[in-house]
Design a protein around this ligand. Sequence first.
Ligand code: PEP
Ligand code: MN
Length: 368
Amino acid sequence: MHIIKKELEILPFNDWNPNKSEHLLIAGPCGAETEEQVMQTAEGIAKNKQIKVFRAGIWKPRTRPNSFEGVGEKGLRWLKRVQKEHGLLTTVEVANKEHTELALKHGVDILWIGARTTVNPFSVQEIADVLKGTDIPVMIKNPVHPDLQLWIGAIERIQQAGINKIIAIHRGFHDPHKGVYRNAPLWEIPIELKTIFPNLPVVCDPSHIGGKRNLLKEIAQKSLDLGMQGLMIESHIHPQQALSDAQQQLTPDSLQQLLSELLFRQTSSTDKKFNNKLHNLRNIIDELDEEMMLLLQKRMEIIEQIGEYKKDNNVSIFQLDRWREILKSRIHSGIDKKLDKDFVEKFCQLLHEESIRVQNELMNKTEN
Ligand code: PEP
Ligand code: MN
């Protein structure tokens, strides 16, 4: 994997984050259902001054037909009331040209592109074309399936339409094995996105990852520990009666409780003592890594010698018994040293693959 860091041409998050802090908090119902439900939920949410953005799906992408598909344009008028009466910014999901035009016409503050839309470059481009000439912020959820390129493509399409306030939302990925989560977090994917685009803010949506209320806290905390820059959490005044995603929505009061239990970490600190100690520890890591590189260099030199030797004696590169023995003994040794078994196994596999590659190259070279 070759990670190329790129600066996306977008505004630094700190320059426009409505929370005026390192994190952005977004909450609201999965879907706007009635004016009363929207207004009561907004009233509960607005009690927490940290939450600046109110979400509500107006058009709901449902897997099967004949389920609640959203209230449509009239819901946008309810969101106007939320802006006026509670001072919250509003955000809705847009999936096509018509949604986008209506959301802009009714003064929605932020748009989001849902997981089922990010997968479709035609739809994303259609939305991007409507957005040309505006400066509305856009949040782009990851595609349903774990395809980082599709996510990046959607972000680029929106950015190339001239939008410079962009957020990526991590909402988990379809899991064919159906684990405990509704959508597998696959944390490595948003981390890779952030590694490629360091200036792109990533916000986590624990509601759609967990799918159940009791899982939200651990997912939200993990996202904050990994340095994600905010949370989008579904909240409904009467979650049990919600017309979509009933099991994952929290009452505004439970949402308050959850937020108060989370530890919002800073990406850096101004504490001198802390910074000195961190600096010293990082120096030790630098030295250890350098030692590790030297060891790897020595190991590869021996691998090459073995390769030559095998070639001279007409012996094949891959030796199953030897590989099994290495794996077994290294895992054993790793466990003794309190290292994680999966980690040791993956590390050995990587070393083994590289050794085979190097020996293969060597054989081809000497044969040609
Ligand atoms: C939603 O936010 O309610 C929604 C439909 O999410 P996703 O696109 O992540 O499934
Ligand atoms: Mn939902």
